[in-house]
Design a protein around this ligand. Structure first.
Ligand code: NAD
Length: 455
């Protein structure tokens, strides 16, 4: 039997969780039980579902310190970010606690004759949720909360690297729900693909390679599927930007959580005369990033999730010039210093693939048009940050960026939990997550024609 092991990335001798992988039958069984429970949950009414979600928010809030500590230990998330993730998790449960009271349809007049036409949205059934390790609390929550609010039941398959965090969150969530409304099945690809084979709707977040397989399998079954996947995000800096401020934002977006966010910046595009001052300011900002123990509240860049992930960062620096190297950390953890590369040739790995580490390329562009072309010249399209004082120029350029999200004078990282979140091209498939968009995804439309008897 395969074993699921998660280790502390800051001290790999510390085993955080070790479980036997339950296998595909356990997934099928969890989905069947969730399907039986769904009818009652959907019929429980808006007040019951709203109260349950509010009570989950309070219970997560009460366990905030413990959950943040677990995320630090299990996935190496710097403490300040782990605390922020827990706060966001609480806010998401609270936000969707209002959703059961939202209208689920509309009334229309018939084109001719008497009666009423109604449109109404109904839950799909069992939502199969597959999540990555890097946001072990917020991503399961931003999928589960709208799924539950709209009357679906949930089976969650978290990433094996984040098993303990997911199981602890699940314990808290289940305390406020009837049996089998929310189940976690730990596991890897076997359990993940079994979930795609059994659920009624699938929401996936993870790498583009896995996401493509999930989308194909769900599409073959004809069930709704959404996938949020990798990024190769650019920061575009125009000559009129506040260069020091832009450099601070970009350094944080390259090195924060060791670059292990789908929204991290990995390409920095300096337009015209922005290049020289930005080169200097960004190198300085990156060298100043606090690197080290994720349990230290001052740490910004902690360890990578695994030894292979750490080794990928050094390998990705080959073939280019290292312009700046950040601080090295002490200790046995899987640390890699943040890197800024210059003179990166076309076709270099960093310009084609997501490395998922604290590393970025500095690229020159003659003007905004060329910066837009460089930004768009990758298969990914998640988020782009643009740094300028000229809103007109920015708006002109922004319209041509082929990315799902644009952030002006802000780091590429950062999420507003109540807004739709999602990418373009191979960064995403299907409807967006979060906000009201999620309520639509977890429900299917139905049209009713109500004609008076004898009408
Ligand atoms: P991953 O693709 O390795 O795994 C994601 C999940 O899929 C895990 O739960 C894994 O066990 C499961 N899985 C693996 N094979 C499967 C299969 N054949 N069928 C079904 N499920 C399967 O990703 P990861 O390493 O956990 O996370 C890092 C990746 O996630 C990065 O690429 C990052 O950009 C991406 N990510 C994207 C977003 C976003 O919203 N766009 C957010 C966070 C992370």
């Amino acid at each position: 039997m395969t074993s699921l092991v998660s280790r502390n990335p800051a001290d790999p001798s510390d085993v955080v969780a070790e479980f036997p992988a339950p296998g595909a039958f356990a997934v099928a069984d969890a989905v069947e039980r969730a399907r039986t429970a769904q009818t009652g949950w959907a019929a429980a009414g808006a007040a019951a579902r709203s109260a349950a979600l509010s009570s989950i928010a309070s219970a997560v809030e009460a366990a905030a310190g413990e959950l943040a500590g677990l995320a630090v230990r299990e996935v190496g998330k710097p403490l300040a970010e782990a605390r922020a993730e827990v706060a966001r998790t609480v806010a998401i449960w609270r936000y969707y606690a209002q959703a059961p009271y939202e209208p689920t349809g509309a009334v229309h007049e018939p084109a001719a004759g008497a009666g009423l036409l109604l449109t109404r949205r109904r839950p799909h059934g069992v939502a199969g949720l597959i999540t990555p390790w890097n946001f072990p609390l917020a991503i399961p929550t931003w999928k589960a909360a709208p799924a539950l609010a709209t009357g679906n039941t949930v089976v969650l398959k978290p990433a094996p690297e984040a098993t303990a965090s997911a199981l602890r969150l699940a314990e808290i969530v289940r305390g406020a729900l009837p049996d089998d409304v929310f189940t976690v099945v730990p596991g890897g690809s076997v359990e993940g693909s079994a979930l795609v084979s059994a659920a009624d709707v699938v929401s996936f977040t993870g790498s583009s390679a896995t996401g493509r397989q999930v989308v194909r399998a769900a599409t073959d079954r004809g069930i709704p599927v959404q996938a949020e996947m990798g990024g190769l995000n650019a920061a575009v800096v125009l000559p009129d930007a506040d260069i020091d401020r832009a450099a601070a934002h970009i350094a944080a977006a390259i090195a924060g959580y060791a670059g292990q966010k789908c929204t991290a910046t990995s390409r920095v595009i300096a337009v015209g005369t922005a290049l020289d001052p930005l080169r200097e300011a960004l190198a300085e900002a990156l060298r100043a990033v606090p690197v080290g123990d994720p349990a230290d509240p001052a740490t910004v860049c902690g360890p990578l999730i695994s030894a292979p992930a750490r080794d990928r960062v050094a390998a990705a620096a080959q073939g280019a010039q290292v312009l700046a190297e950040g601080a090295a950390a002490d200790g046995p953890g899987w640390y890699a210093p943040p890197l800024l590369l210059d003179k990166v040739p076309a076709g270099h790995q960093l310009l084609c693939e997501e490395v998922f580490g604290p590393i970025a390329a500095l690229l020159p562009a003659e003007d905004l048009d060329q910066a837009v072309r460089i930004t768009n010249a990758v298969p990914y399209g998640l988020v782009t940050s643009v740094h300028t004082a000229d809103l007109d120029a920015a708006l002109h350029g922004l319209d041509r960026l082929d990315t799902g999200m644009i952030r002006l004078n802000a780091p590429s990282t950062g999420v507003d939990f109540h807004l739709p979140f999602g990418g373009a091209k191979s960064s995403a498939h299907g409807p967006r997550e979060q906000g009201r968009a999620a309520l639509d995804f977890y429900t299917a439309g139905r049209t009713y024609t109500l004609t008076p008897h004898g009408g």
